[in-house]
Ligand binder design. Structure first.
Ligand SMILES: COc1nc(N)nc2c1ncn2[C@H]1C[C@H](O)[C@@H](COP(=O)(O)OP(=O)(O)OP(=O)(O)O)O1
Length: 159
């Protein structure tokens, strides 16, 4: 595997009308365009994953969170040994302390989605494995290996 790109994902929860919702966005450009995704992105040089998570969340959704209110819940690696994507090492954070209302950006069309009605057919197939584990308290390290088409999950370990 090549040296993976350090990235982050932020799972934002909020209770609306008595139901737990997640902030998801339709990705408007780049890798995964058209999918419903958890906000996140690359960790900049010299930046901590936690800082990157708060920054990416604000840039993509206008939701604000203090770094200290991000709970680190695990690290997932997305591997593309046969091509179709670039290997990524993703720091997963969860927070229920994001302030403000989500706004669309040039990267994401953001919406609140009930956690018990996630649009899984439009999400990356890895999400159904690590998202519940992250919400339930976290995990250590997990790896998701994709097939050459960059879209089919071939195997996973760690969860
Ligand atoms: C391959 O499967 C993936 N599954 C999931 N759940 N999430 C993924 C997958 N591949 C990438 N991601 C996430 C992880 C990162 O947080 C972002 C990376 O997105 P992008 O490459 O667009 O990074 P940005 O920094 O936001 O984009 P710019 O370079 O355009 O600023 O996707």
């Amino acid at each position: 595997m090549s040296e993976p790109i350090e990235t982050c994902l932020v799972v934002v929860t909020r209770t609306l009308e008595g139901r737990t919702h997640l902030a998801l966005g339709e990705k408007l450009r780049g890798f995964g365009q058209g999918r419903m995704v958890v906000p996140g992105g690359k960790v900049d040089p010299g930046e901590t994953p936690r800082r990157a998570a708060a920054r990416e969340l604000f840039e993509e959704t206008s939701l604000r969170v203090n770094d200290a209110d991000l709970d680190a819940r695990g690290v997932v690696t997305f591997a593309f040994p046969d091509g179709g994507g670039v290997d990524m090492r993703v720091h997963v954070f969860v927070t229920d302390a994001a302030a403000g209302e989500p706004k669309d950006s040039d990267e994401l069309l953001v919406t609140w989605v009930p956690v018990d009605a996630l649009p899984t057919s439009r999400m990356w197939p890895d999400n159904v494995h690590w998202l519940p584990a992250a919400l339930a308290g976290g995990f250590d390290e997990a790896t998701f290996t994709y097939a050459a088409d960059g879209a089919t999950l071939a195997s996973h370990t760690g969860i």
